[in-house]
Design a protein around this ligand. Structure first.
Ligand SMILES: C[S@@+](CC[C@H](N)C(=O)[O-])C[C@H]1O[C@@H](n2cnc3c(N)ncnc32)[C@H](O)[C@@H]1O
Length: 314
């Protein structure tokens, strides 16, 4: 068992101390953890709030929702914790009465439970149906994509979301080896399509790209960032932990420029109007001790910002 506080077999929370430092500005406030997972960050936040303070835990995965409910029944009974199943792009419809929040936490990507539960199909280390859905109520699986997409569509997925240099060769091999129904079958196809020294990275990048596509992870992130001005109260905080450069770039852009694409808004004099004040000039990363205790934390990057009361001109 890990020595990291609030860790369970489901997942070890990453950068918990830094999350609390940046997220919690008012111990009586309402905090939304929109990626609740195993409830590690939820438990950490509850541990520093007053009895009046409240956490809303959201996750699109039913396993996570059941786990958080089973882990923290007293907090639920005392109305300090509300647990909801849903996507973070949809917070405004999911929990309208609890918004805007004092703080919003997003700890992106997948949980250890999702990776380690073979039949969920996220990992090539265990043979299983090629599923990869975080929300198993949805229809589209990774197998549907691999077996139904055109070569160009697969190429775009592998290039855009895996940044995979051998994308063309892998896309062709997928088409040639259809149907590919299992995690190990896909891993074998990728290994056979690339030079030996690239095999393990190519497999990891292919699985990442398909997972991002199946779960529309970047569309989800764009939506939650673009609506963050409505979900976080003035003076409140947003803390985001990302695990790959595509996500980190989007978070950095939103906190710095207030937009994901195009030019920042400007006032009549041409000054940039930025609704977030970044609190982290550079992303915070886990130290050597945390990485030693939890190897999966090694690619984490945390950024935080304060929601300004009026757009700040810079
Ligand atoms: C890295 S884990 C979070 C772990 C959590 N912080 C903990 O301490 O246990 C990411 C979680 O976010 C969830 N998730 C990913 N994308 C989501 C989305 N768009 N909406 C809601 N939950 C999402 C996943 O299902 C997964 O449980």
């Amino acid at each position: 068992m890990s020595t990291v506080p609030h860790a369970t077999g489901y997942h070890t929370p990453v950068l918990s101390h830094t999350v609390l430092k940046y997220l919690v500005t008012d111990i009586d406030g309402t905090y939304v953890d929109a990626t609740a997972g195993g409830g590690g960050h939820v438990a950490a936040i509850l541990s520093v709030l007053s009895p009046k303070g409240r956490v809303v835990a959201v996750d699109r995965d039913s396993d996570a929702v059941q786990t958080v409910k089973a882990r923290l029944p007293d907090a639920i009974k005392m109305r300090r914790l509300t647990v909801c199943k849903g996507r973070f792009s949809n917070l405004q419809n999911l929990i309208p009465d609890l918004l805007p929040a004092t703080g919003l936490l997003l700890d992106l990507g997948v949980s250890s439970h999702q990776l380690d539960t073979g039949q969920r199909g996220f990992s090539h280390r265990q043979s299983a149906y090629l599923d990869m859905r975080m929300d198993t109520d949805l229809n589209l699986t990774a197998a549907d994509l691999v077996n139904g997409a055109t070569e160009d569509e697969l190429l775009t997925i592998l290039r855009s979301w895996g940044e995979e240099p051998s994308a063309r060769a892998i896309a062709r091999a997928m088409i040639a080896n259809r149907p590919i129904e299992t995690t190990t079958g896909l891993a074998r196809t990728v290994r056979d399509a690339v030079p030996a020294r690239q095999e393990s990275r190519a497999v990891a990048r292919t699985f990442q790209a398909l997972r991002i596509a199946v779960n529309q992870e970047l569309e989800e992130l764009a939506q939650v960032l673009e609506t963050s001005l409505n979900t976080v109260a003035e003076g409140g905080r947003m803390v985001v932990i990302s695990y790959h450069s595509l996500e980190d770039r989007m978070v950095k852009r939103m906190l710095r420029d207030g937009v994901l694409n195009g030019e920042p808004k400007r006032d009549l004099y041409g000054n940039r109007l930025v609704p977030w004040k970044p609190l982290t000039r550079r992303p915070v990363t886990p130290d050597a001790a945390e990485i030693a205790a939890n190897r999966r934390s090694r690619s984490a990057k945390l950024r935080a910002g304060t929601r300004c009361s009026v757009p700040v001109s810079t």
